[in-house]
Write a protein that binds this ligand. Structure first.
Ligand code: ADP
Length: 178
C-alpha cells in the first residue's frame, strides 16, 4: 500500500528581529533561568509582549539549561512564546548537548500545539558566550535531525541579528544539507 507522507519542514535563515516575526505561530525566547526580562532577546520579547508575559512566566520558573516551557504571546503578533534556557558557555556542561536539547525540546513542544511555523534566535550566542560557529552547527544539525519527528511544523526559521551571523549560519547549513 502506498503511504502519502506530508512534506517535511523547511529551514529558513533570515536577518531580523525575533519580535517582528508576525507570520510565525511561535517565537522562541533565549531566556534566563527565572524567565524574566533582561538584555538581548529576553528583554526585547518582554518589552514587546508587555507585563502580562512576566506574570505568566513566574509560575513556570526556574528552568534548567536545555529545557523549554511555553506561554501565551500577549501583545506579540504570535500565538505562543517558547522559553528556552541555553547553556552559559564554559559553565553549564556538556554545553553542546544542552544547546541541542534547547532546539529539540522547543521543536517538540511547538509541534504539540499543532502549529505550522516557529522562529528561533541564535540561543546562547549573546550574553551566554557560546561561539557562533559551533552554536550554528549544533542548532542546524539538531533542527535537521528533529524534522522527521514533526507532525505539523512546516517552517523553522532562524532569525539572525546581523549579516555576519547570517553568513555563519548559511555556511553551516550548506555543509549540513549537502
Ligand atoms: P543568550 O543569553 O542565550 O546568549 P542573548 O539574548 O544575549 O541570549 O543573545 C542571543 C542571540 O540573539 C545573539 O546572537 C544576539 O545578537 C541575538 N539577538 C539579540 N537581540 C535580538 C533580537 N531582538 N532578535 C533576534 N536576535 C537577537
Amino acid at each position: 500500500m502506498n503511504e502519502i507522507k506530508p512534506p517535511l519542514a523547511q529551514i529558513e535563515l533570515v536577518v531580523g528581529d525575533i519580535t517582528q516575526q508576525a507570520d510565525a505561530d511561535i517565537i522562541v525566547n533565549a531566556a534566563n533561568a527565572q524567565l524574566e526580562s533582561g538584555g538581548g532577546v529576553a528583554g526585547a520579547i518582554h518589552r514587546a509582549a508587555g507585563p502580562d508575559l512576566a506574570e505568566a512566566c513566574r509560575p513556570l520558573a526556574p528552568i534548567r539549561p536545555g529545557k523549554a516551557v511555553i506561554s501565551p504571546a500577549f501583545r506579540l503578533p504570535n500565538s505562543y512564546v517558547i522559553h528556552c534556557l541555553g547553556p552559559v558557555y564554559g559553565r553549564d556542561e556538556p554545553s553542546d548537548t544542552l544547546l541541542a536539547n534547547c532546539y529539540r525540546n522547543a521543536l517538540l513542544l511547538a509541534d504539540k500545539q499543532q502549529v505550522k511555523s516557529i522562529a528561533f534566535p541564535a540561543i546562547s550566542t549573546g550574553i551566554f558566550g557560546f561561539p557562533k560557529e559551533k552554536a550554528a552547527e549544533i542548532a542546524l544539525r539538531t533542527i535537521k535531525s528533529s524534522i522527521p519527528s514533526l507532525q505539523t511544523i512546516r517552517t523553522i526559521r532562524m532569525v539572525l541579528f546581523d549579516q555576519a551571523d547570517l553568513t555563519i549560519f548559511e555556511g553551516k547549513l550548506a555543509q549540513i544539507i549537502e
